[in-house]
Design a protein around this ligand. Structure first.
Ligand code: UDP
Length: 322
Protein backbone atom coordinates (compact mmCIF):
# COMPACT_ATOMS: atom_id res chain seq x y z
CA UNK A 1 0.00 0.00 0.00
CA UNK A 2 1.19 3.52 -0.84
CA UNK A 3 0.62 6.36 1.64
CA UNK A 4 -0.05 9.66 -0.13
CA UNK A 5 0.44 12.48 2.39
CA UNK A 6 -1.40 15.53 1.11
CA UNK A 7 -3.38 13.42 -1.35
CA UNK A 8 -6.37 15.81 -1.27
CA UNK A 9 -4.36 18.61 -2.87
CA UNK A 10 -3.91 19.51 -6.52
CA UNK A 11 -0.97 17.32 -7.60
CA UNK A 12 -1.61 14.74 -4.86
CA UNK A 13 -5.20 14.03 -5.94
CA UNK A 14 -4.16 13.49 -9.56
CA UNK A 15 -1.37 11.16 -8.44
CA UNK A 16 -3.78 9.17 -6.27
CA UNK A 17 -6.04 8.53 -9.26
CA UNK A 18 -3.09 7.53 -11.41
CA UNK A 19 -1.87 5.05 -8.77
CA UNK A 20 -5.35 3.54 -8.38
CA UNK A 21 -5.76 3.23 -12.15
CA UNK A 22 -2.50 1.31 -12.20
CA UNK A 23 -3.47 -1.21 -9.56
CA UNK A 24 -1.90 0.27 -6.42
CA UNK A 25 -3.69 0.27 -3.09
CA UNK A 26 -3.66 3.80 -1.71
CA UNK A 27 -4.23 5.41 1.65
CA UNK A 28 -4.58 9.20 1.51
CA UNK A 29 -3.77 11.30 4.57
CA UNK A 30 -4.55 15.01 4.60
CA UNK A 31 -5.37 17.67 7.19
CA UNK A 32 -7.77 19.29 4.67
CA UNK A 33 -6.51 22.82 5.43
CA UNK A 34 -5.88 23.41 1.73
CA UNK A 35 -6.94 20.02 0.37
CA UNK A 36 -10.43 19.05 -0.80
CA UNK A 37 -12.12 15.90 0.46
CA UNK A 38 -14.07 15.75 -2.86
CA UNK A 39 -10.76 15.51 -4.74
CA UNK A 40 -9.93 12.15 -3.15
CA UNK A 41 -10.91 9.20 -5.31
CA UNK A 42 -13.44 7.00 -3.55
CA UNK A 43 -11.34 3.89 -4.27
CA UNK A 44 -8.68 5.24 -1.87
CA UNK A 45 -8.87 4.96 1.90
CA UNK A 46 -8.95 8.42 3.50
CA UNK A 47 -7.50 9.31 6.90
CA UNK A 48 -7.61 12.75 8.48
CA UNK A 49 -4.06 13.25 9.75
CA UNK A 50 -1.63 16.08 10.34
CA UNK A 51 2.15 16.16 10.05
CA UNK A 52 2.34 18.13 13.28
CA UNK A 53 0.46 15.41 15.17
CA UNK A 54 2.91 12.52 15.66
CA UNK A 55 0.15 10.40 17.20
CA UNK A 56 -1.96 10.55 14.03
CA UNK A 57 1.13 9.67 11.97
CA UNK A 58 2.00 6.72 14.18
CA UNK A 59 -1.57 5.40 13.85
CA UNK A 60 -1.38 5.68 10.08
CA UNK A 61 1.56 3.30 9.98
CA UNK A 62 0.09 1.03 12.68
CA UNK A 63 -3.22 0.63 10.87
CA UNK A 64 -2.03 0.27 7.28
CA UNK A 65 0.52 -1.95 5.58
CA UNK A 66 2.49 0.92 4.05
CA UNK A 67 5.42 0.11 1.76
CA UNK A 68 6.20 3.59 0.42
CA UNK A 69 5.21 7.20 0.99
CA UNK A 70 4.60 9.99 -1.51
CA UNK A 71 4.83 13.27 0.37
CA UNK A 72 2.94 16.29 -1.00
CA UNK A 73 1.76 17.76 2.30
CA UNK A 74 3.15 21.29 2.52
CA UNK A 75 2.22 24.94 2.49
CA UNK A 76 3.09 26.23 -0.96
CA UNK A 77 2.70 30.00 -1.30
CA UNK A 78 6.03 31.66 -2.09
CA UNK A 79 4.85 35.14 -1.04
CA UNK A 80 3.40 33.89 2.24
CA UNK A 81 6.66 32.07 2.99
CA UNK A 82 8.46 35.44 2.86
CA UNK A 83 6.03 37.07 5.30
CA UNK A 84 5.46 34.04 7.55
CA UNK A 85 8.62 31.91 7.39
CA UNK A 86 7.83 30.26 10.71
CA UNK A 87 4.69 28.70 9.22
CA UNK A 88 6.83 27.16 6.47
CA UNK A 89 9.75 25.99 8.58
CA UNK A 90 7.44 24.66 11.28
CA UNK A 91 4.91 22.84 9.14
CA UNK A 92 7.03 21.80 6.20
CA UNK A 93 10.38 20.98 7.86
CA UNK A 94 9.26 19.77 11.29
CA UNK A 95 6.27 18.06 9.69
CA UNK A 96 8.57 16.14 7.35
CA UNK A 97 10.86 15.18 10.24
CA UNK A 98 7.79 13.84 12.08
CA UNK A 99 6.79 11.88 9.00
CA UNK A 100 10.28 10.39 8.64
CA UNK A 101 10.26 9.54 12.35
CA UNK A 102 7.01 7.59 12.00
CA UNK A 103 8.26 5.89 8.83
CA UNK A 104 11.50 4.71 10.42
CA UNK A 105 9.71 3.60 13.59
CA UNK A 106 7.64 1.29 11.39
CA UNK A 107 10.57 0.28 9.16
CA UNK A 108 9.25 2.10 6.07
CA UNK A 109 12.23 3.49 4.16
CA UNK A 110 10.85 4.62 0.81
CA UNK A 111 9.77 8.19 0.07
CA UNK A 112 9.02 10.26 -3.04
CA UNK A 113 8.94 13.98 -2.30
CA UNK A 114 7.46 17.10 -3.94
CA UNK A 115 10.38 19.41 -4.46
CA UNK A 116 10.61 22.39 -6.73
CA UNK A 117 12.68 24.30 -9.24
CA UNK A 118 12.52 27.11 -6.65
CA UNK A 119 15.45 25.31 -4.96
CA UNK A 120 17.68 26.59 -7.79
CA UNK A 121 16.93 30.28 -7.22
CA UNK A 122 17.95 32.76 -9.92
CA UNK A 123 19.01 30.59 -12.89
CA UNK A 124 22.62 30.88 -14.03
CA UNK A 125 21.76 29.09 -17.29
CA UNK A 126 18.78 27.47 -19.00
CA UNK A 127 17.59 24.83 -19.50
CA UNK A 128 18.24 24.06 -15.83
CA UNK A 129 19.67 20.62 -15.09
CA UNK A 130 19.98 18.95 -11.68
CA UNK A 131 23.67 19.99 -11.39
CA UNK A 132 22.64 23.64 -11.35
CA UNK A 133 23.71 25.40 -8.17
CA UNK A 134 20.94 25.45 -5.53
CA UNK A 135 20.62 28.93 -4.06
CA UNK A 136 16.92 29.52 -3.33
CA UNK A 137 15.81 33.13 -2.98
CA UNK A 138 12.81 32.66 -0.66
CA UNK A 139 11.90 30.59 2.43
CA UNK A 140 9.63 28.33 0.34
CA UNK A 141 12.59 27.20 -1.77
CA UNK A 142 14.97 27.04 1.23
CA UNK A 143 12.55 24.78 3.09
CA UNK A 144 12.33 22.37 0.14
CA UNK A 145 16.13 22.34 -0.20
CA UNK A 146 16.51 21.70 3.54
CA UNK A 147 14.25 18.67 3.23
CA UNK A 148 16.26 17.34 0.28
CA UNK A 149 19.37 17.64 2.47
CA UNK A 150 17.68 15.87 5.37
CA UNK A 151 16.93 12.95 3.04
CA UNK A 152 20.61 12.64 2.10
CA UNK A 153 21.61 12.52 5.79
CA UNK A 154 18.90 9.96 6.58
CA UNK A 155 20.06 7.87 3.62
CA UNK A 156 23.59 7.68 5.04
CA UNK A 157 22.51 7.03 8.62
CA UNK A 158 19.27 5.03 8.29
CA UNK A 159 19.21 3.71 4.73
CA UNK A 160 16.37 5.99 3.60
CA UNK A 161 15.47 5.49 -0.07
CA UNK A 162 14.36 8.81 -1.54
CA UNK A 163 13.58 10.59 -4.78
CA UNK A 164 12.84 14.33 -4.75
CA UNK A 165 10.95 15.50 -7.83
CA UNK A 166 11.70 19.12 -8.65
CA UNK A 167 8.60 20.39 -10.39
CA UNK A 168 8.56 23.34 -12.72
CA UNK A 169 5.08 24.95 -13.21
CA UNK A 170 2.31 22.42 -12.57
CA UNK A 171 -0.69 23.12 -14.82
CA UNK A 172 -3.88 21.64 -16.26
CA UNK A 173 -6.47 19.27 -14.83
CA UNK A 174 -7.53 15.65 -15.30
CA UNK A 175 -8.47 14.93 -18.92
CA UNK A 176 -11.95 13.69 -17.90
CA UNK A 177 -12.64 16.86 -15.90
CA UNK A 178 -13.35 14.96 -12.67
CA UNK A 179 -10.68 16.65 -10.59
CA UNK A 180 -8.72 19.85 -11.03
CA UNK A 181 -6.96 22.82 -9.54
CA UNK A 182 -8.64 24.78 -6.75
CA UNK A 183 -6.58 27.08 -4.53
CA UNK A 184 -7.83 29.74 -2.14
CA UNK A 185 -6.35 32.20 -2.69
CA UNK A 186 -5.41 31.47 -6.30
CA UNK A 187 -2.09 33.00 -7.35
CA UNK A 188 -1.11 30.94 -10.40
CA UNK A 189 -1.17 32.36 -13.88
CA UNK A 190 -3.27 29.84 -15.85
CA UNK A 191 -6.23 29.56 -13.41
CA UNK A 192 -6.20 33.35 -12.98
CA UNK A 193 -6.30 33.87 -16.75
CA UNK A 194 -9.19 31.40 -17.06
CA UNK A 195 -11.10 33.13 -14.27
CA UNK A 196 -10.65 36.42 -16.12
CA UNK A 197 -12.08 34.77 -19.24
CA UNK A 198 -15.04 33.25 -17.39
CA UNK A 199 -15.80 36.61 -15.80
CA UNK A 200 -15.04 35.47 -12.23
CA UNK A 201 -12.23 38.04 -12.16
CA UNK A 202 -12.21 41.46 -13.70
CA UNK A 203 -8.92 41.21 -15.54
CA UNK A 204 -5.44 39.73 -15.47
CA UNK A 205 -2.30 41.60 -14.59
CA UNK A 206 0.86 40.75 -16.49
CA UNK A 207 3.72 41.10 -14.00
CA UNK A 208 6.47 42.76 -16.01
CA UNK A 209 6.78 43.40 -19.74
CA UNK A 210 10.41 44.55 -19.75
CA UNK A 211 12.19 41.24 -19.19
CA UNK A 212 15.04 40.18 -21.45
CA UNK A 213 12.82 37.69 -23.35
CA UNK A 214 11.46 37.84 -26.93
CA UNK A 215 8.12 39.42 -25.92
CA UNK A 216 9.31 41.00 -22.65
CA UNK A 217 7.28 38.71 -20.36
CA UNK A 218 8.49 35.89 -18.13
CA UNK A 219 9.06 32.42 -19.53
CA UNK A 220 8.09 29.31 -17.55
CA UNK A 221 7.92 25.56 -18.16
CA UNK A 222 4.28 24.44 -17.73
CA UNK A 223 3.95 20.72 -17.06
CA UNK A 224 0.63 18.92 -17.07
CA UNK A 225 -0.48 17.57 -13.69
CA UNK A 226 -1.15 14.10 -15.18
CA UNK A 227 2.44 13.98 -16.44
CA UNK A 228 3.52 14.82 -12.89
CA UNK A 229 1.26 12.04 -11.59
CA UNK A 230 2.84 9.55 -13.99
CA UNK A 231 6.33 10.56 -12.84
CA UNK A 232 5.40 9.90 -9.20
CA UNK A 233 4.30 6.36 -9.88
CA UNK A 234 7.46 5.73 -11.93
CA UNK A 235 9.53 7.17 -9.08
CA UNK A 236 7.89 4.84 -6.55
CA UNK A 237 9.03 1.92 -8.72
CA UNK A 238 12.60 3.25 -8.82
CA UNK A 239 12.97 3.71 -5.04
CA UNK A 240 15.86 1.58 -3.88
CA UNK A 241 17.66 1.69 -7.21
CA UNK A 242 18.21 5.45 -7.30
CA UNK A 243 18.45 8.08 -4.53
CA UNK A 244 18.40 11.79 -5.35
CA UNK A 245 16.58 14.43 -7.31
CA UNK A 246 14.95 14.63 -10.73
CA UNK A 247 13.61 17.67 -12.60
CA UNK A 248 10.06 17.47 -13.92
CA UNK A 249 9.36 19.88 -16.73
CA UNK A 250 8.59 19.63 -20.42
CA UNK A 251 11.76 21.49 -21.38
CA UNK A 252 9.60 23.97 -23.30
CA UNK A 253 9.42 27.62 -22.28
CA UNK A 254 6.18 29.60 -22.67
CA UNK A 255 5.84 33.33 -21.96
CA UNK A 256 3.02 35.00 -20.03
CA UNK A 257 1.79 36.63 -23.25
CA UNK A 258 1.83 33.25 -25.01
CA UNK A 259 -0.29 31.78 -22.19
CA UNK A 260 -2.83 34.57 -22.60
CA UNK A 261 -3.01 34.11 -26.37
CA UNK A 262 -3.35 30.32 -26.02
CA UNK A 263 -6.12 30.74 -23.42
CA UNK A 264 -7.99 33.12 -25.73
CA UNK A 265 -7.72 30.61 -28.56
CA UNK A 266 -8.88 27.68 -26.40
CA UNK A 267 -11.87 29.57 -24.98
CA UNK A 268 -12.65 31.63 -28.08
CA UNK A 269 -12.94 34.70 -25.86
CA UNK A 270 -10.91 37.88 -25.39
CA UNK A 271 -10.53 39.50 -21.99
CA UNK A 272 -8.90 42.59 -20.46
CA UNK A 273 -5.17 42.50 -19.77
CA UNK A 274 -3.39 45.03 -17.63
CA UNK A 275 0.35 45.54 -17.68
CA UNK A 276 1.75 45.75 -14.16
CA UNK A 277 5.23 46.07 -12.64
CA UNK A 278 7.45 43.04 -12.14
CA UNK A 279 6.63 40.77 -9.19
CA UNK A 280 9.55 40.55 -6.73
CA UNK A 281 11.63 37.40 -7.04
CA UNK A 282 10.48 36.35 -10.53
CA UNK A 283 13.39 35.21 -12.75
CA UNK A 284 13.01 36.06 -16.46
CA UNK A 285 13.16 32.48 -17.63
CA UNK A 286 12.88 29.07 -16.00
CA UNK A 287 12.71 25.85 -17.95
CA UNK A 288 13.96 22.37 -17.36
CA UNK A 289 16.49 20.04 -18.78
CA UNK A 290 14.44 16.85 -18.30
CA UNK A 291 17.00 14.32 -19.58
CA UNK A 292 17.42 12.76 -16.15
CA UNK A 293 13.66 12.15 -15.75
CA UNK A 294 13.66 10.38 -19.11
CA UNK A 295 16.77 8.33 -18.32
CA UNK A 296 16.18 7.47 -14.68
CA UNK A 297 12.40 7.22 -14.53
CA UNK A 298 11.74 6.26 -18.16
CA UNK A 299 9.32 9.21 -18.15
CA UNK A 300 8.05 11.09 -21.16
CA UNK A 301 5.56 13.98 -20.92
CA UNK A 302 2.34 13.35 -22.87
CA UNK A 303 1.40 17.03 -22.97
CA UNK A 304 3.86 19.19 -24.88
CA UNK A 305 1.41 21.65 -26.46
CA UNK A 306 0.39 24.48 -24.14
CA UNK A 307 -3.05 24.73 -25.75
CA UNK A 308 -3.78 21.09 -24.86
CA UNK A 309 -2.74 21.78 -21.26
CA UNK A 310 -4.91 24.91 -21.06
CA UNK A 311 -7.85 23.05 -22.66
CA UNK A 312 -7.95 20.62 -19.71
CA UNK A 313 -7.84 23.53 -17.26
CA UNK A 314 -10.59 25.32 -19.19
CA UNK A 315 -12.83 22.20 -19.12
CA UNK A 316 -12.41 22.17 -15.35
CA UNK A 317 -13.04 25.89 -14.99
CA UNK A 318 -16.37 25.48 -16.81
CA UNK A 319 -17.52 22.48 -14.73
CA UNK A 320 -15.62 22.62 -11.46
CA UNK A 321 -16.89 20.56 -8.53
CA UNK A 322 -14.88 22.27 -5.76
N1 UDP B 1 2.02 36.00 -13.50
C1 UDP B 1 1.41 37.15 -14.01
N2 UDP B 1 0.21 37.54 -13.50
C2 UDP B 1 -0.42 36.85 -12.49
C3 UDP B 1 0.21 35.69 -11.97
C4 UDP B 1 1.42 35.30 -12.51
O1 UDP B 1 1.95 37.79 -14.91
O2 UDP B 1 -1.50 37.29 -12.06
C5 UDP B 1 3.32 35.56 -14.05
C6 UDP B 1 4.43 35.46 -13.03
O3 UDP B 1 5.11 36.68 -12.91
C7 UDP B 1 5.30 34.35 -13.63
C8 UDP B 1 4.30 33.47 -14.39
O4 UDP B 1 3.12 34.27 -14.56
O5 UDP B 1 6.18 34.89 -14.57
C9 UDP B 1 3.94 32.20 -13.64
O6 UDP B 1 3.56 32.56 -12.31
P1 UDP B 1 2.90 31.55 -11.31
O7 UDP B 1 2.58 32.31 -10.05
O8 UDP B 1 1.78 30.83 -11.98
O9 UDP B 1 4.03 30.46 -11.03
P2 UDP B 1 5.55 30.64 -10.53
O10 UDP B 1 6.40 30.66 -11.78
O11 UDP B 1 5.65 31.89 -9.75
O12 UDP B 1 5.77 29.41 -9.72
Amino acid sequence: MILVMGGAGYIGSHTVRHLLDNGYEVVVADNLIYGHREAVDERAKFVHADLLDPYSLDNLFKNNQIEAVIHFAAFAYVGESVNEPEKYYYNNVIGTINLLHAMLAHNVKKIVFSSTCATYGEPQYTPIDEQHNQAPINPYGRVKLTIEQIFADYERAYGLQHIALRYFNAAGCSADGKIGESHTPETHLIPLVLKAISGERKDIKVFGTDYDTPDGTCIRDYIHVEDLALAHSLAVEKLGTYNGCVNLGTGIGTSVKEIITAAEEVSGKKFPTEYAPRRAGDPARLFANNTKAKEILGWQPKYTNIKDIIQTAWNWELNRRY
